[in-house]
Design a protein around this ligand. Structure first.
Ligand SMILES: [Zn+2]
Length: 66
């Protein structure tokens, strides 16, 4: 009985602390939703194509400068 209660509490708290993993559905270069077939994967992120990847890369570089 007591063990059951503890287990339930642990399950509830682990659900609360579980990080909210959001599926990346939009391109980081232009913000458009990425279609399943056409996507460009770089450094763990998705983009429409190489151009959008470069765009996002330049953007992050500029942000790092400031
Ligand atoms: Zn894009």
């Amino acid at each position: 009985m007591a063990a059951d209660a503890v287990n339930t509490q642990q399950a509830a708290s682990s659900e609360k602390t579980k990080p909210l993993v959001e599926k990346q559905s939009n391109c980081l270069g232009c913000g458009k939703p990425i279609k399943k077939i056409k996507r460009y994967y770089r450094n763990g992120k998705f983009y429409c194509n190489k151009r959008c990847w470069r765009k996002a890369l330049d953007k992050s570089k500029e942000e790092a400068k400031q």
